[in-house]
Design a protein around this ligand. Structure first.
Ligand SMILES: NC(=O)C1=CN([C@@H]2O[C@H](COP(=O)(O)OP(=O)(O)OC[C@H]3O[C@@H](n4cnc5c(N)ncnc54)[C@H](OP(=O)(O)O)[C@@H]3O)[C@@H](O)[C@H]2O)C=CC1
Ligand SMILES: CC(=O)N[C@@H](CCC(=O)OP(=O)(O)O)C(=O)O
Length: 346
């Protein structure tokens, strides 16, 4: 098969760079264009020395790309900007967006949580929510795929099958989430300075994080009725990685064994989502740099409650890795193409 020509929009950001890192080793991809804003005009290796020594195009502005020869675009722009840029791309280009812009199916909910009217509501209607394990068939036919946020990816892989199967009391889900600092992107912000993010653990956006409506949108679809959750993210002093601990009551008639059985069945044939053996504790180090998500189920001391864990790398399964996984599905390639690396441990 001849190579599929891609552009990475926002290649000077963390997700864009990780996309490039994966794409250069993908057997069916040719990187035809890399775009940036303030870094346009520079060789990519000047911005990211870890990408030096590869035959890559320089960073250019979006308007300087010849889009006619490009088949697919991965978009790693800030939310708000992404919808503006994607709306200008020629119709023949298939798009995998890593921003939040097309994830919320209802543009009113988008406006409420993102503080402005959606600029491309018609395009939004055509977008497919890009959680590969849940929406593989729709993704295969989509022009525009909206990759889930890093927290929603970890939460939904863990909880969506359980809520759908009815083994948890879905109105009482408590989700405690931790993320590495790269989740906040590469631009300068006070809260991610070494002195402020290092050697400490900070909860943030308590009760107000914009990933809550995204999680609730998908859990509500799984449950078949509207759900809200208790979701609290924390910034952890590590560069990558995300770990979710969810506390839930088991539904009447179900059991810890039934919870395990649902996840076992849901992911038995999945290449990237793994239920750990009983008693084995997954950690961010066990997924770092890989497209894998590891899940675990524990019985707590309170009867009728279960403690659930999910961990992934926010930049890989939480963003650029799942973007490549979706690209593979869209172009009829092996789903694991370009994603075969294991975690970098320790
Ligand atoms: N970091 C993560 O773990 C995850 C991030 N995401 C989402 O992916 C997207 C990218 O995130 P991340 O890589 O962390 O962000 P970064 O801040 O690291 O990178 C943002 C990129 O967007 C470019 N950019 C910014 N403004 C413009 C503009 N007006 N026109 C063109 N390009 C522009 C920047 O270019 P330049 O540097 O040249 O100015 C840079 O390449 C965001 O929407 C984010 O929320 C999703 C899941 C996980
Ligand atoms: C640690 C950190 O700051 N994380 C980011 C989430 C990263 C992500 O997935 O953002 P998008 O929804 O924009 O894609 C945050 O909490 O806003």
């Amino acid at each position: 098969m001849s190579s599929i020509k891609i552009a990475v929009i926002g290649a000077s950001g963390y997700t864009g760079a990780d996309l490039v890192r994966l794409a250069v080793r993908h057997p069916d991809i040719e990187i035809a264009a890399l775009t940036a804003n303030t870094h346009a005009g520079k060789p990519v290796a000047e911005v990211f020395p870890h990408l030096a020594g590869l035959d890559l195009p320089d960073l250019v502005r979006n308007e300087d790309v010849d889009w006619s020869g490009i088949d697919a675009a991965f978009c790693g722009l800030p939310h708000g900007t992404s919808q503006e840029v994607i709306a200008t791309l020629p119709e023949h280009i298939r798009i995998i967006d890593m921003s939040a812009d097309f994830r919320l199916r209802d543009t009113q909910t988008y406006a409420q949580w993102y503080g402005h009217e959606h600029l491309a509501p018609e395009l939004q209607k055509t977008a497919v929510y890009g959680l590969t394990e849940l929406y593989r068939e729709a993704i295969a036919d989509a022009r525009l795929v909206a990759c889930p946020g890093c927290y929603p990816t970890a939460v939904l892989l863990l909880l969506a099958p359980l809520v759908k199967a009815g083994v948890l009391v879905a109105d009482d889900l408590v989700i405690d989430a931790k993320s590495g600092v790269s989740g906040a992107g590469r631009s300068l912000k006070q809260n991610i300075l070494f002195c402020e993010a290092g050697e400490g653990l900070s909860p943030y956006a308590i009760g107000t994080h914009r990933h809550a409506p995204e999680i609730e949108q998908e859990l509500s679809l799984a449950a078949g009725r509207p759900l809200v959750t208790t979701f609290t993210p924390h910034l952890a002093p590590m560069s990558r990685g995300e770990l979710i601990t969810a506390y839930a009551r088991i539904a009447d008639g179900a059991s810890v064994e039934a919870v395990r059985a649902v996840l076992e069945e849901a992911y038995a044939a999945e290449p990237f989502v793994h239920l750990m053996a009983s008693g084995t504790t997954p950690a961010t180090q066990h997924v770092r740099g890989s497209n894998h998500c590891r899940l675990a189920v524990f019985e707590g001391r309170v009867p009728g409650r279960v403690i659930l864990i999910s961990t992934l790398d926010n930049l890989v399964k939480g963003s650029s890795g799942q973007a490549i996984q979706n690209f593979n599905v869209m172009f009829g390639l092996a789903e694991i193409a370009g994603l075969e690396q294991l975690a970098l441990f320790p």
